[in-house]
Write a new protein. Structure first.
Length: 104
């Protein structure tokens, strides 16, 4: 069962990984400098907006104040001991309502 508090604790304790893909995509979308630190912050402070139970993943939304950018990160929790941010991106408003609700 998914537990956001436990997941956040993993990130706070530094017990997580970030894929190269997530870092590259974040940088392409303007999440620089300190990309890793910002993705970690999003994981700790963001809001779970979708759950993919069968894939053991969650989509988290956060707003980066410094850049005034919304960001989505996908966290895979297949291994609770070390969740992984597998991708990150700035959501496109054409597909999202207030960046939190997927348009039909």
């Amino acid at each position: 069962m998914f537990d956001i508090k436990y997941l956040r604790k993993r990130f706070i304790d530094g017990e997580y990984a970030i894929s190269d893909h997530a870092i590259i995509e974040a940088r392409k979308d303007g999440i620089v400098p300190r990309t890793v630190e910002k993705l970690e912050w999003a994981a700790i402070n963001g809001e779970v907006i979708e759950e993919y139970v069968d894939r053991k993943r969650v989509l988290i939304y956060a707003e980066l104040k410094e850049e005034k950018l919304p960001v989505h990160i996908v966290v895979d929790y297949s291994f609770w001991e070390e969740p992984v941010i597998v991708t990150s991106y700035v959501p496109d408003s054409r597909y999202w309502i207030k960046y939190k609700i997927r348009k039909k």
